[in-house]
Design a protein around this ligand. Structure first.
Ligand SMILES: Nc1nc2c(ncn2[C@@H]2O[C@H](COP(=O)(O)OP(=O)(O)OP(=O)(O)O)[C@@H](O)[C@H]2O)c(=O)[nH]1
Ligand SMILES: [Mg+2]
Ligand SMILES: [Zn+2]
Length: 349
C-alpha cells in the first residue's frame, strides 16, 4: 500500500487504526482503500492508489445514503472490473443537515467548510450564522468566502458585518481579480478537504473551476436550467493540482440544522460567555437584574439582532429535539403524566 499517496487524498492514522490485521494483510493482495468521490443512483465512484474506480455496495450497506457519503473512506475487495465495499471506516466528521424532517449527509471527513456568500442581495448575516453553527456542530473549521466583490459598490459594509464572527477566516474574492484569489492558496494543500456550501448562484462551482485550473470539466456536473445558467445538481469531490480535495454542492435555499445546540453556542460564543456572568445561573436574559447579556446590549457590546438570532436558532433546535422524541417517547411522557395525575389524586383523597 502506498500510504503517502493515500495521505495526499486525506488519509490519516485515524482510519488506519480501524483496520484489523487480516484486513491490513488483504490490502497487498485482493483489496484496496478508497475515498468516495461521487454517489450516483447506479454507481459509486471513488479514488485510491490505482486511480478512479467504480464501487459496488452490497445489501449490508443499503440504502447507500444511510451508510455512505462523499469523503468517506472504505475498504473494498476486487470483484471483476469493480470493487465491492466490505467496510466503511468511521469518519472523523459527517456534516449533516435536515431535509424534510430527515437528517441528510452533505459530506464526510472535512477540514474546512467554505461558506460562500456573494457581496450582493444574497448576503445575510443571520443565515451565515446558521451555516457557522452547522460547521461548529460537526467540528469543521468554518471559513467565509465573500464572493463577487467586483459587483459590490461598497465592500466595507459587508466586511463590517462579518466582524466578530467565530470563524477560521474571512476572504473577500472576485474571480475577475486574480490577486484576491491568492489568499486562498494557503488552503490548497494535498491532504486537506473542503466542502463549499451556500445559496445557488453565489459562485461555488466557478471558484472550484478556478482552483482546479483551466480546462477541468466541472461543466459535466451541472445541468442547464434553460436560462443560460448552470446550476450544480449533485455533490462531487474534485482534486486541485496541488491535491486539495474540494466538494461542490448544489445551492442550499434554506438550511435546517440537526441537533445543533453545541454548534449554536460555539457560533454565539460572546452570548455564552456573557451568560456565565449573569447573577442567576438560569437567567433568561429578560430582566436586567444582574443580567450580563442585557448589560452588554445596553453598553453596545452585543447587538440586539445577534441575541434575537441566537434565541431563534436555539428555539428551533429545541422544537426539533421535541419532534425527534418521536411517538414512543411521547407515549412514555403521556404515561408518566397520567400516572402523576393519578398519584396526585390519590394523595388528595
Ligand atoms: N461578477 C462575478 N460573477 C461571478 C463571480 N463568480 C461567479 N460568478 C458568476 O456567477 C454565476 C453563478 O456561478 P456558479 O459558480 O454557477 O454558482 P454556484 O454557487 O455554483 O450555483 P449553484 O450550483 O446553483 O449552487 C455564474 O454566471 C458565474 O460566472 C465573480 O467573482 N464575479
Ligand atoms: Mg454550482
Ligand atoms: Zn442573563
Amino acid at each position: 500500500m502506498n500510504y503517502s499517496l493515500l495521505q495526499s487524498l486525506g488519509w490519516s492514522n485515524l482510519y488506519l487504526q480501524q483496520l484489523s490485521l487480516t484486513e491490513l494483510e488483504s490490502l497487498d493482495e485482493s483489496s484496496g482503500l478508497f475515498r468516495i468521490t461521487a454517489i450516483h443512483r447506479n454507481r459509486i465512484l471513488a479514488i485510491g492508489e490505482c486511480g478512479e474506480v467504480s464501487l459496488i455496495c452490497t445489501e449490508q450497506f443499503q440504502p447507500v445514503s444511510a451508510f455512505l457519503a462523499i469523503g468517506d473512506w472504505v475498504l473494498a475487495d476486487a470483484a471483476n472490473e469493480y470493487y465491492r465495499i466490505v467496510k466503511i471506516l468511521e469518519p472523523k466528521n459527517r456534516l449533516q443537515r435536515r431535509v424534510a424532517g430527515k437528517a441528510k449527509v452533505i459530506a464526510a471527513n472535512l477540514d474546512y467548510l467554505w461558506i460562500v456568500t456573494s457581496a450582493n442581495e444574497d448576503f445575510n448575516r443571520n443565515r451565515l450564522q446558521r451555516f457557522l453553527a452547522l460547521a461548529h456542530e460537526f467540528s469543521i473549521e468554518p471559513v467565509i468566502i465573500l464572493s463577487k466583490m467586483d459587483l459590490a459598490a461598497e465592500l466595507e459594509g459587508y466586511l463590517q458585518q462579518l466582524q466578530g464572527l467565530n470563524v477560521a477566516g474571512v476572504h473577500a474574492i472576485s474571480l475577475h481579480d486574480a490577486t484576491s484569489l491568492i489568499q486562498l492558496q494557503s488552503y490548497d494543500l494535498a491532504g486537506n478537504s473542503i466542502a463549499l456550501v451556500g445559496s445557488s448562484g453565489v459562485g461555488k462551482s466557478s471558484l472550484i473551476n478556478h482552483l482546479l485550473g483551466v480546462g477541468q470539466a466541472v461543466a459535466e456536473i451541472r445541468a442547464d436550467d434553460g436560462k443560460g445558467k448552470h446550476t450544480t445538481t449533485h455533490r462531487e469531490m474534485f482534486f486541485s493540482k496541488n491535491g486539495l480535495a474540494i466538494i461542490d454542492t448544489p445551492g442550499i435555499r434554506e438550511l435546517q440544522l440537526v441537533d445543533s445546540q453545541q454548534g449554536i453556542e460555539q457560533t454565539f460564543s460572546l452570548i455564552l460567555s456573557l451568560s456565565e456572568k449573569c447573577k442567576f445561573s438560569n437567567c433568561q436574559h429578560q430582566q436586567d437584574l444582574g443580567c450580563a447579556v442585557i448589560a452588554a446590549l445596553q453598553s453596545g457590546e452585543l447587538q440586539q439582532s445577534e441575541l434575537t438570532n441566537y434565541q431563534k436558532l436555539i428555539r428551533e433546535d429545541a422544537f426539533q429535539q421535541r419532534q425527534l422524541l418521536g411517538a414512543h417517547a411521547q407515549r412514555e411522557h403521556d404515561r408518566k403524566f397520567v400516572k402523576m395525575i393519578e398519584n396526585h389524586q390519590k394523595e388528595k383523597w
